[in-house]
Write a protein that binds this ligand. Sequence first.
Ligand code: CU
Length: 510
Amino acid sequence: MPERREASSPTGIGLFDRRRLLGLAATATGFIGAAGPRALAQMAPMGASHMATASSTGAADYALRIARGLVELGPDTIVSTTLYNGQFPGPLLRFTEGKQVAIDVHNDTDTPELVHFHGEFLPAAADGAAEEGSPYIPAHGMRRLVFMPRPTGFRFYHTHLPAYSDLSRGLYSGQAGPVYVEPRREPGAYDREVFLTLKEFAPYFTRTEMPDDFLAPETVDPELKEASEKAEKASADAGNPQGYELAYNFMSINGRMLGHGEPIRVKAGERVLFHVLNASASENRSLALPGHVFKVVALDGNPVPHPAEVPVLWLGTAERISAIVEMNRPGVWVLGDTDNDDRAHGMGIVVEYADAKGDPQWEKPPEFRWDYRLFASSDAAAQKPDQTIVMTISTRGGALQGFDEFAINGVPFSMAKMEPMFRLSRGRRHRLQLRNATDDVHPIHLHRHSFEITSIMGQSTAGVIKDVAMLGAFQEMTVDFTADQPGLSLFHCHMQPHMDFGFMALFNCV
Ligand SMILES: [Cu+2]
């Protein structure tokens, strides 16, 4: 259960007293709390448009404490990393639609931190991204976040710090946890729900490429492929090494390697709603349960127009899938990654039927390619956009101290300048035409909005609403959204090494 406590600081001075001490009469949008002059200075540019609300005093609904801690992945495998409330995943935060929430975030580390509430429509100041101007949670300080959670469904929270070559920071750490914003109505009937957070630990750099051949349609754009090959050759000619990729010693579901921790105990005939979160820093993941199918009812927390049954789930980093499994094949099974090596490293969890005995069994699932269009509306065409923004992704392999450098329309994002690249017209429907001139699958993410997937490789689709979507290698995808959030919104690839090395852009909505 999440920790609930009175708002207090490490010094023991209550928030209200400290606010009085600091003479802080009004606060930044969506933000209450401060931990010193530095925090005030950070808040000033955001404007002081909203007066403190009732949630600025008294007990918070939740408290999160960022600190180093240990995760016991298995009896003989304990890793040290930065965690929320000393656990992995961080506590499940349950919010209610239309009910304001107050969260006290204590930062016990030496580094200013950011907590991003991923997939929620929050003011830029509350979103938890420095690029948008959100203030940091000061090192050894506390900040109270106050916001109205929306939209409903399965979201999550995580750090939004860059890591660069420091594998203890950012998403390489254990700073991630699930959020559920209670909807008025659940999609599909089920008997109970199980939250699964997929996560690797003990990262290291390698040069082994990740798989990029699991998406449908399989077609590629020859122009994008040629551009990628040209860039690759230019980089090699310039003497750059092959760029670093990530690998991990240990993999886990809910912080336990396969075979350790409690199995998921089920009964024949039961309908279990799984909420799966891929909290990886860099890996796109698959998941299968031998002899069973997943009926996908929601993607990134948004009910899909056409719930469809699939033998395998694929999730890019930060993607969520809610799927119902009818338990109709008694036994003891491995719910795990389809990659044998990843399961051997721990990516799986045991599903045990009542009265079933024996070792957990794995069977290779049928051949399957992940296709967002399976869950789309069959009849409706997507609405026409008011404006189209073309974004071509390119890379210079190994160009930045051995890391691949990424660019959008030829421009790598500068963390020093943090300049908006695109201007959005408020209230208008915008289409992002995403062209991937690289050989990687990129889980692209837009902050503070959801988008609709409107085409993949020129084939129209509609009705699938997401906040992260995998853009295939050498492929083109369009996603549409209404620019209804004023101010800055960040767009980026959700793979930590890609977002750290150029694959970001800021939208300014005016
Ligand atoms: Cu990427």
